[in-house]
Design a protein around this ligand. Structure first.
Ligand SMILES: Cc1ncc(C[n+]2csc(CCOP(=O)(O)OP(=O)(O)O)c2C)c(N)n1
Length: 202
């Protein structure tokens, strides 16, 4: 399974969610599908996308928050699963695209490359109740729909191939992205109560 294909599948459903991605390949692939003001690409701060997502989800309970993470990033902040499990905001979906690689910086193997470390098992052991491992597009789509429909935090570990975009470059610097993302949240809140939209077909 390709991460780019997974992103393509869910991209139409992300209009109403706060989406936080890791840097590099994942960010580029989402950006290339079409940037939206509710997307925040966390450049540089490897490992902290889930922490940003947790902060957003706990402080904005009416919003649905989606974190698009990577195995290398999660391995750098493994304690995140324990923190997520402790606060378990029902409005948070944490997708870990596990390609067994630090792809964006040259494709070095991560600890999941030879299936030594099972990130889904780590999440479960940390106390996350809803953890799903998926390895094909059908499973990914179903897991995503279930997560959106479930009124509880979900971690999806999606095994994907270590492939990425053939180019890098976004016309959106981190500070500008951050200011615009924040403005999108503020303007939406100013318009009144938020009702998350769920429309994916099973
Ligand atoms: C603290 C820190 N160390 C190293 C880097 C350099 N770096 C950027 S992306 C990346 C790899 C990320 O791996 P993963 O989360 O698995 O995502 P992938 O690139 O495989 O999509 C690395 C090492 C960084 N940005 N921050």
């Amino acid at each position: 399974m390709e991460r780019a294909r997974c992103l393509e599948m869910i991209h139409p459903e992300l209009e109403e969610m706060l989406v936080v991605t890791i840097m590099g390949a994942c960010a580029q692939e989402l950006y290339d599908l079409g940037h939206r003001e509710n997307f925040f690409y966390l450049q540089h701060a490897m490992g902290l996308a889930s922490s940003i997502g947790l902060g957003l989800a706990t402080h904005l309970p009416a919003e649905r928050v989606l974190v698009l993470d990577g195995d290398g990033s999660v391995l750098m902040n493994l304690g995140t699963f324990a923190t997520l499990a402790r606060y378990r905001p029902a409005n948070l979906i944490h997708v870990v695209f596990d390609n067994g690689s630090l792809l964006s910086t040259g494709g070095f193997d991560s600890h999941t490359a030879t299936e030594v470390t099972d990130l889904a098992a780590v999440a479960r052991g940390a106390g996350v109740d809803h953890v799903v491992s998926v390895a094909n597009e059908m499973e990914f789509g179903e897991a995503f729909v279930d997560a959106v429909e479930r009124d509880a935090m979900t971690v999806i570990v999606a095994r994907v191939r270590a492939t990425g975009p053939d180019h890098y470059g976004m016309d959106l610097a981190l500070p500008e992205n951050a200011f615009r993302f924040r403005r999108w949240i503020a303007e939406r809140r100013a318009r009144g109560p938020v009702t998350p939209r769920i429309s994916l077909e099973k």
